[in-house]
Design a protein around this ligand. Structure first.
Ligand code: TYD
Length: 192
């Protein structure tokens, strides 16, 4: 099973993935986690470009769209391992939500693997901006408002669960477990 976590910056994806992984392993599942951008040379270049002051301009976003798609190709074979649950921190769905124009980004990601389950951590934009300081607050708020709206629309195309990420870490974690349990045949009442 391929589970993808998505959400705007600061939604808590990495913490929640760690907590879900521990819980699934305690329930006897084998789990592998992946992160996009990856730690490949392409991923490193992406992280450098994300620091550029003009990273949110159209031109740079198009360069990033190409690099994100290339970076993703490097981990394609890992997604074929059916002996484990694979949980990914972001996927091509991030590209669809963050980069434009949509039709072009879809073509670039034509061969990206579709998730069996998309977990969308839905966080208020103001909280996201508060949690991720350092960027121009107004520009960032406008940008992330668009990304959040994109996510909610894109989610409808996949098997998905929307989780309210404005709550505390433990509440969000238990909401995720309850959402994931039916897909894995885990009894929902057995979740503490
Ligand atoms: P990430 O390291 O997940 O940031 P955070 O931990 O703060 O959520 O991702 C880095 C940034 O890259 C994030 O702002 C989202 C962006 N991104 C895209 O714009 N498109 C993509 O396809 C991916 C994978 C990430």
């Amino acid at each position: 099973m391929y589970i993808v976590f998505e959400g705007i910056d600061g939604a808590g994806k990495s913490t929640q993935i760690r907590m879900l992984k521990e819980w699934l392993e305690a329930n006897g599942f084998r789990v592998e986690t992946l992160v996009e951008p990856t730690d490949s040379e392409v991923g490193k270049l992406i992280r450098k470009i994300l620091e550029w002051p003009d990273a949110q301009t159209d031109d740079v976003q198009r360069i990033l769209a190409l690099l994100f798609a290339a970076d993703r190709m490097l981990i394609m074979d890992k997604l074929e391992d059916e002996s484990k649950i694979i949980i990914s921190d972001r996927s091509f769905i991030s590209s669809l939500a963050y980069q434009e124009p949509r039709e072009w980004v879809e073509v670039l990601n034509k061969y990206a693997k579709k998730p069996d389950l998309l977990i969308l951590l839905d966080l208020d934009v103001k909280k996201s901006v508060g949690r991720t300081s350092g960027k121009d607050t107004f520009e960032n708020e406008k940008f992330l408002t668009g990304v959040k709206a994109n996510y909610l629309k894109i989610a409808e195309n996949y098997t998905h669960e929307i989780i309210d990420a404005n709550n505390g870490v433990n509440k969000v974690s238990s909401d995720i477990k309850k959402a994931v349990a039916p897909y894995l045949g885990i009894c929902p009442d057995c979740i503490q």
